[in-house]
Design a protein around this ligand. Sequence first.
Ligand SMILES: Nc1ncnc2c1ncn2[C@@H]1O[C@H](COP(=O)(O)OP(=O)(O)OP(=O)(O)O)[C@@H](O)[C@H]1O
Ligand SMILES: [Mg+2]
Length: 181
Amino acid sequence: MGRDDDLAAIEDALKRYHGRAAITGIRGVGKTVLAVAYAAKHRLDYRATWWLRAETADGMRADLVALGQRLGWVGDGDTQDAALAKVADRLRREGEGILLIFDNAVDADSIRPFLPLDSAAHVLITTNAHHLADVAEPMEIRLWPRDIGAAFLLARVGTADRAAAESLADTLDGLPLARII
Ligand SMILES: Nc1ncnc2c1ncn2[C@@H]1O[C@H](COP(=O)(O)OP(=O)(O)OP(=O)(O)O)[C@@H](O)[C@H]1O
Ligand SMILES: [Mg+2]
């Protein structure tokens, strides 16, 4: 909702920096939803789209191995290290048409060892970090303006009280979700 320009910006960003773009922005602003929307919109442009839990090295290792298994690149008997090496090699040689989404990356250093840096694969990263500039083209998404925030609340809550929805959207600063502590 309200992210057509951001979707177009991802398409541009992927063209600018070796096919790697990072969606940045504050917690809860809609980065993961936007990555999902990009993947859905472009599902026919890729032969494989793969989700990686990028908060931890273990998550990225497991999800890269799972990609290799799914594409038949690794065997059942491979150790995790052997499987990761095979996946890296295949991505280097056959990365064209593959989209990897690294969701919730902590920072550039933590994901760099797992990125296919010399590959034609596209990489889309979501992160709360500000600086991923040396691994991907950063693209910051902003809080919703009042009208989109209100439209989201009206659609979700099913009320017709636009004035109340706008007031609440202001109170929530344009965030889709908020928690009162
Ligand atoms: N463009 C959108 N249209 C409709 N709903 C949205 C949109 N963006 C976000 N939301 C709603 O807000 C919630 C939070 O969005 P999301 O999980 O994408 O945030 P995030 O920036 O990835 O957060 P985090 O930093 O915690 O990972 C979603 O589960 C969804 O309900
Ligand atoms: Mg997220």
